[in-house]
Design a protein around this ligand. Structure first.
Ligand code: ATP
Ligand code: MG
Length: 424
């Protein structure tokens, strides 16, 4: 057993070459969100605990059992953020960003929840999320959903399923809640412990139960769809029509509720059957009441968050290998290593964006060539005494069987540019 210090359980390092897939994923998503007119917001990883307690709601798993909450040295209660929406609302209010609406924002970064670590479920995990403030109609709901659908296409993910529901207005939901409570109370003996716990505080969450023994009881429960207010129903119908018109298929799921209290009207989840039990890769919805709960003026809002680990696992199958350097630059012996440093720098200026790997650590010519080969580079540039004396460089192709050739150093960038396309 090693005596090295270990990372905290459920919190993972992301190391090469996997980190390259993360970077590519994040760049793809950022470019897409930017192209839809969303601006990036970066919030602190730690907030006053009240930010989450007030917004997410006491009856949720997150607040009840998953938050990393601690007192700092001043005795203030702080929490590592378990999700981004609450921090984002806190930040837009604090920075006065709601003057000009609509406001379209995105964020990316780690979230922290004390859950049982397993496949697709970690204690530090990563989300990319979107929040839009100040737009109440189904058009913006359609935009955010279509944006996610476009992203899946860009990532080559063709097997995701969109489930959607409307939670109605808060009044309609209150009425439904009463009907639902009555139904579950009449079947109290059949409820599992978790559901009994939820019955008084948040009976809608019983619909979300993952326990198979609860399935039948949940299936027989009154449906939210029958208790919707007219406005929410019309909103939902328009949204579904718009999505269909743009080629996005919706599965209506009247049992879909979100763990968080602040949702209203539209809720949605993108799911897959390819990740085992942790099949939700992106989830979101409308939360028209939250800004007011957090101390702002009533402001309609909608958002979603995607789970980066789960999406990357889905992408992994179709992933291209981590990009290899294009050029490996080495002297033939230690006395000339300084010349190799200079040549590599000159090439980086001449060929911006190219991946150029400098040999470091000395060694014999044989070991240098071995490392050049192992790097996956397309060509090696070698500097021996003759080359340095004459201002030349030897270009040795490392793949295929073209012969090596000597070129003047001031010409080599040109030769390389003609020889191989820039690294991806
Ligand atoms: P779940 O039902 O899987 O616990 P959730 O409803 O708690 O999900 P959200 O708060 O909606 O999840 O977060 C949005 C997305 O973030 C999820 O759909 C999922 O992809 C991802 N996610 C949530 N919790 C974790 C976690 N502990 N580890 C990895 N990804 C997670
Ligand atoms: Mg959860």
């Amino acid at each position: 057993m090693s005596s090295h210090l270990q990372a905290v359980r459920g919190m993972n390092d992301i190391v090469p070459p996997v980190s390259a897939a993360w970077r590519a994923f994040e760049d793809t998503v950022a470019a897409l969100l930017t192209s839809y007119g969303y601006g990036e917001i970066r919030m602190p990883l730690v907030e006053q605990s009240a930010v989450f307690k007030r917004s997410i709601g006491d009856a949720t798993d997150i607040v009840q059992k998953e938050m990393y909450t601690f007192d700092d040295r001043n005795g203030d209660s702080l929490t590592l953020r378990p999700e981004g929406t609450a921090s984002c609302v806190r930040a837009v209010l604090q920075n006065g960003l709601l003057q000009q609406l609509p406001l379209r924002l995105w964020y990316a970064g780690p979230m922290f929840r004390h859950e049982r670590p397993q496949r697709g479920r970690h204690r530090q995990f990563h989300q990319i999320g979107v929040e839009v403030f100040g737009a109440a109609g189904p058009d913006i709901d359609a935009e955010v959903v279509l944006m996610t659908a476009r992203l899946w296409r860009m990532l080559g993910l063709n097997n995701l399923r969109l489930e959607m529901n409307s939670l109605g207005s808060s009044e309609a939901r209150a009425r439904y809640r009463a009907v639902l409570t009555e139904y579950f109370r009449a079947h109290f003996d059949a409820l599992d412990e978790d559901s009994r716990d939820r019955l008084e505080r948040n009976p809608l969450r019983i619909l979300d139960s993952k326990n198979p023994v609860m399935r039948e009881l949940v299936a027989g429960a009154p449906s939210l769809a029958d208790h919707l207010d007219d406005e929410s129903r019309a909103h939902f119908d328009t949204l579904c029509t718009t999505l269909a018109a743009n080629g996005v298929e919706v599965t209506r799921n009247p049992r879909l509720v979100r763990g968080l209290d602040y949702y209203s009207k539209t809720v949605f989840e993108w799911t897959t059957t390819e990740l085992g039990a942790q099949g939700t890769v992106c989830a979101g919805g409308r939360y028209d009441g939250l800004v007011e709960v957090m101390g702002g003026k009533p402001t309609p809002a909608i958002g979603f968050a995607m789970g980066v680990e789960r999406l990357l696992e889905l992408c992994a199958a179709g992933q291209r290998p981590a990009s290899a350097p294009a050029v490996y630059v080495s002297a033939t012996g230690e006395a000339l290593d300084g010349h190799a440093v200079s040549l590599a720098e000159t090439l980086r200026s001449a060929l911006p964006g190219w991946s150029i790997l400098l040999h470091v650590g000395g060694g014999s010519l044989k070991s240098r060539m071995k490392k050049a080969d192992k790097s996956g580079a397309a060509v090696a540039l070698l500097l021996g005494e003759d080359e340095v004396a004459a201002g030349n460089v030897t270009l040795k192709p490392l793949r295929g069987d073209s012969p090596q050739a000597v070129h003047p150093q001031h010409k080599v960038a040109e030769v390389l540019a003609a020889l191989c396309p820039p690294a991806p």
